[in-house]
Design a protein around this ligand. Structure first.
Ligand code: 3PG
Length: 223
């Protein structure tokens, strides 16, 4: 299995990051790493995205740094050139998925409807983003979509935070949850990296707790 996909599945959390300035990239990577989560999705919502990915790859080569909000093929190429280890798209784009697969780059396209999911299955994908999770019905919709697509796992983002993370992660079709709650724009802009580190540590703790809970439930079910 690809190392990036593996680590995301183990940690089950993907911090979604928007950086206005590439100068914040390394302090941010440091906060995430020290918080126990060497994973980042740097979104192409700003011009600083590619340069930020480049800086993180250089300073923290072990951090799994991917690109988010990839909506054009040009951005996918730029992300790959900058060293992105995975691509996340808000919607399903056949050409971006094809490009990522050609490049051997994991890709998580946004899929919210059965039609999107049929396309994902046709491309051989096993994990898709579900975005915006809250507005598209959250876990209820994920449960309904899970039934006809038994081979798919979901990475919901949009409206996920420390208070509802547990509920999402208890569902065994959730591969990981993404969100900006650990490193919101405001904290990045104000340089409050210690706070980002703390929020990250708390998210990692919560995810670990849910994983232990699920393991105990599975054990109980077989005994
Ligand atoms: C994303 O791009 O995945 C979302 O904007 C993250 O959503 P959030 O800010 O509600 O966590």
């Amino acid at each position: 299995m690809d190392q990036a996909v593996k680590l995301i599945g183990e940690k089950q959390i993907v911090p979604v990051i928007k950086l206005d300035e590439a100068a914040a990239a390394v302090p941010l990577a440091c906060a995430l790493t020290d918080g126990g989560l060497p994973v980042a999705e740097i979104t192409f919502r700003t011009k600083a995205a590619a340069e930020s990915i480049r800086r993180i790859r250089e300073a923290y080569p072990d951090l799994i740094c991917g690109a988010g909000t990839v909506v054009t093929l040009a951005q996918a190429r730029e992300a790959k050139e900058a060293g992105a280890r995975f691509l996340v798209c808000p919607g399903f784009s056949q050409e971006i998925v094809a490009y990522a697969q050609e490049q051997g780059l994991p890709v998580f396209p946004g899929c919210c409807t059965p039609t999107d999911l049929v396309k994902a299955v046709a491309c051989g994908l096993q994990i898709v983003k579900f975005f915006p999770a809250k507005q598209y019905g959250g876990l209820d919709t994920i449960r309904a979509l899970s039934a006809p697509f038994p081979g798919l796992s979901f990475m919901p983002t949009g409206g996920i935070h420390a208070e509802n993370l547990r509920e999402y992660l208890l569902n065994d079709r959730i591969y990981a949850c993404g969100g900006s709650w650990m490193a919101p724009d405001s904290l990045i802009r104000e340089g409050r990296f210690a706070e980002i580190e703390e929020r990250t540590r708390e998210a990692v703790r919560l995810a670990g707790q849910v994983q232990a809970e699920r393991k105990a439930r599975r054990k109980e079910a077989v005994s």
